[in-house]
Design a protein around this ligand. Sequence first.
Ligand code: IMP
Length: 176
Amino acid sequence: MKDYRLVPRISEAEIMEQVDRVAEEVNRDYAGQSLLLVGILKGAYVFLADLARRLTMPVEVDFVRLASYGQSSETSGEVRITKDLELPVRGRHVLVVEDIVDTGLTLDWYLRHLKHLDAASVKLCAFVDKYERREVDVPLDYVGIRVPEGFLVGYGLDFAEKHRNLGGIFEVEFLE
Ligand code: IMP
């Protein structure tokens, strides 16, 4: 693998400010209701943990793991579920929690899958909206930060399974 360095992009303090803001929006929108948070593994585990602890309504948490067919660096849009939900979705208000949305193909596929499960409502929450390479217009109801491009790690995001544990978000810069 080529050598690379990590360039700081979003500090831990800025992340926490945005998580606070998103949690306030969710608390306002779902006041008086209960919510099923569906985290998409692995990347969403950090954001989901921070978000869930700021929510004031009754919350249940479940996880799904999705894998794309084809090359690991490119999303093909053909997705399969490698770990499914364990809680029932029917009649529930579902908030899907994702770490980052890039092309949108993965989330678009999962949304279409969820439609068959008869939830009372489905909304989407992504910490990073990386919008420049978007191929499908996925309706993001809650967004932490918007960035145009760049390969990001930290705050749950990985590069070859590394750096998920960093508190801030960094950009991977390859060295010549
Ligand atoms: P999409 O289907 O192109 O939107 O890809 C979404 C998935 O690709 C995310 O859930 C991440 O797992 C991965 N991904 C996309 N961009 C990045 C990045 O900048 N850093 C780490 N993972 C990323």
